[in-house]
Design a protein around this ligand. Structure first.
Ligand SMILES: [Zn+2]
Length: 416
């Protein structure tokens, strides 16, 4: 087992094979949660896992669990997971590299004829992206007790279609309760989605934790008015107020540089007509920082700024903080398994904090969890141009393989 490596070429080919489900002209992937293309890739995964000797089952959140038996089948499984859904203009690797590296680990173990003590479980979590149904990491959140089952089922997309109905429509409202079993440990491989590893020429990131994150929805209400007849001083222009707020949000983040990041990525202007002064604007804010105290300070600054800007602009503003993630740390032993695996295989590695949310962040609440980052080109992600190299993914998947073997061995020792 010592020098066992995954088959990098097969792994790369498998990733390219799945990129056809929802593939875009620009080389990206559009595979929104519970869409027809999501169903296609799920069907494909289930088939591949079954041919790799796994038993496939679906839970009531639609997550796919492919179980490879262990020598002691009563032990809680060591799981590998990530997601196969993408952003509307997503890439071929975000989430996908993690699930398919897991599949490659299972295939590699099959070829090597190695059975782990604990069963292994490959998981495709439903709705990690949160693009069609909010919030993100919905199924892993229910699995980990972060969200209520009913809350998840009631989530609606922009056309008013419900999560539950769409699950049923694509045939993935499974029988298994969520959750109905414990995981012995959980590992997730992911592209970094940032520039650090590539810039430093390092192959493997041993992820130590995740920065905190807050989401807001801000609704600015002014008054619709005729664009030709309403004098400038008499206007209550919600769009102008919004623009001022967007600029101030950037200034607040820069004030807490370099670790703070803030983004206004979704704006709805009403009535959205060229000759009407906009009476209403809805926009979102995504705010992140690794230190909870700083995050709370920025939260205060944001609220004060929104109030003051609304007052000065003659409009009203309502701010709703609709999602929070506190900064977290992964399991020490799991992080060590990742570091040691990289060391053993002779790959350069460093510790790294995740700037993005991942299913692993929620799963960490209920199981010892570790994450592996691999470099991605120019740090670009959530973009059709998202790219990485076959050798990076192969290295990451081999680290995943050895982290799992080490974890299995360590757990076997302690349970004996
Ligand atoms: Zn992802």
């Amino acid at each position: 087992m010592k020098n066992l490596q995954v088959n990098g070429e097969r792994l790369w080919d498998t990733i390219m094979e799945t990129a056809k489900f929802g593939g875009t002209e620009k080389g990206g992937v559009c595979r929104l949660t519970l869409s027809d293309t999501d169903r296609q890739v799920r069907d494909w995964l289930a088939r591949e896992c079954e041919s790799a000797g796994c038993t496939v089952s679906i839970d009531e959140m639609g997550s796919i669990f492919a179980r490879r038996p262990g020598k002691v089948d009563t032990l809680p499984p060591i799981a590998i997971g990530s997601h196969l859904d993408t952003q509307p203009t997503g890439g071929k690797f975000d989430g996908i590299a993690g699930v398919l590296s897991g599949l490659e680990v299972l295939r590699t173990l099959n070829e090597a004829g190695h059975t782990t003590s604990a069963p292994l479980e490959l998981i495709d979590w439903t709705n990690e992206e949160g693009s069609r149904f909010t919030p993100p990491m919905l199924a892993s959140g229910v699995f980990s007790g972060v969200f209520e089952h009913d809350f998840a089922y009631a989530s609606e997309d922009r056309d008013g279609k419900k999560f539950e109905a769409e699950l049923a429509r694509i045939g993935y409202r499974g029988e298994r309760k969520c959750p109905d079993h414990k995981l012995g440990a959980y590992f997730e491989l992911h592209i970094e989605q940032g520039p650090v590893l590539e810039k430093e020429g390092i192959l493997i990131g041993a992820v130590t934790g995740m920065q905190g994150q807050k989401w807001y929805e801000i609704t600015v209400t002014g008054q619709d008015a005729h664009a030709g007849t309403t004098p400038m001083p008499a206007r209550h222009d919600a769009m102008v107020a919004c623009a001022r707020m967007v600029e101030s949000i950037q200034a607040i983040a820069l004030n807490h540089a370099p670790l703070a990041v803030a983004t206004v990525g979704h704006v709805v202007v009403k009535p959205n007509s060229r000759n009407v002064v906009p009476g209403s604007v809805f926009f979102t804010v995504d705010l992140r920082h690794p230190d909870e105290d700083v995050l709370l300070q920025i939260d205060r600054e944001l609220r004060e700024m929104v109030d003051a800007t609304a007052r000065d602009s003659g409009v009203e503003a309502r701010l709703v903080n609709n999602w929070n993630v506190t900064p977290m740390e992964f399991d020490r032993e799991c992080i060590n398994h990742v570091r040691s695996a990289a060391e053993k295989l002779g790959y350069s590695h460093r510790d790294i904090i995740s700037g993005a949310g991942h299913d692993a962040v929620y799963v960490a609440r209920v199981a010892p969890t570790g994450m592996i980052f691999i470099p991605c080109e120019n740090g670009i992600s959530h973009n059709e141009l998202e790219n990485t190299k076959p050798e990076f993914i192969a290295a990451g998947a081999s680290v995943l393989l050895h982290a799992i073997l080490a974890c299995d061995e360590a757990r076997n020792k302690t349970t004996r």
